[in-house]
Write a new protein. Structure first.
Length: 110
């Protein structure tokens, strides 16, 4: 639960208010944040919904917080397909920079 505390604090929730939102106890939130115990998959999904992030981000498996819907190649226009091809040709360190830039741009949107 690497990002739970960070996400909770970013939106100004106390452990108790998050617990109320998730129909659990404040002690459970404390234990999740301090790696004493891990939530079940149902609780992870509920947490991800509260924060509008992916479960992968919530547990620290991804640096990208936004939920990603499956996109079929036929759903993309030519510009989007080209962008994905260019992104895939980058080394992983450059991909991380692109993702950070996108995150910052998305934060600045109303």
């Amino acid at each position: 639960m690497d990002n739970l505390k960070k996400l909770r604090q970013e939106i100004g929730l106390t452990q108790q208010s998050l617990a109320n939102e998730l129909n659990t106890s404040q002690q459970s939130i404390y234990k999740y944040e301090h790696h004493i115990t891990e939530p079940d998959i149902g609780m992870l999904k509920n947490m991800a919904d509260v924060f509008d992030v992916s479960v992968d981000y919530l547990i620290g498996h991804s640096a990208y917080p936004h939920k990603i819907e499956k996109v079929q190649p036929t759903d993309l226009n030519q510009e989007e397909s080209s962008l994905i091809e260019k992104y895939r040709s980058l080394p992983s360190s450059s991909r991380e920079i692109i993702l950070q830039l996108l995150d910052e741009l998305l934060k600045s949107l109303p």
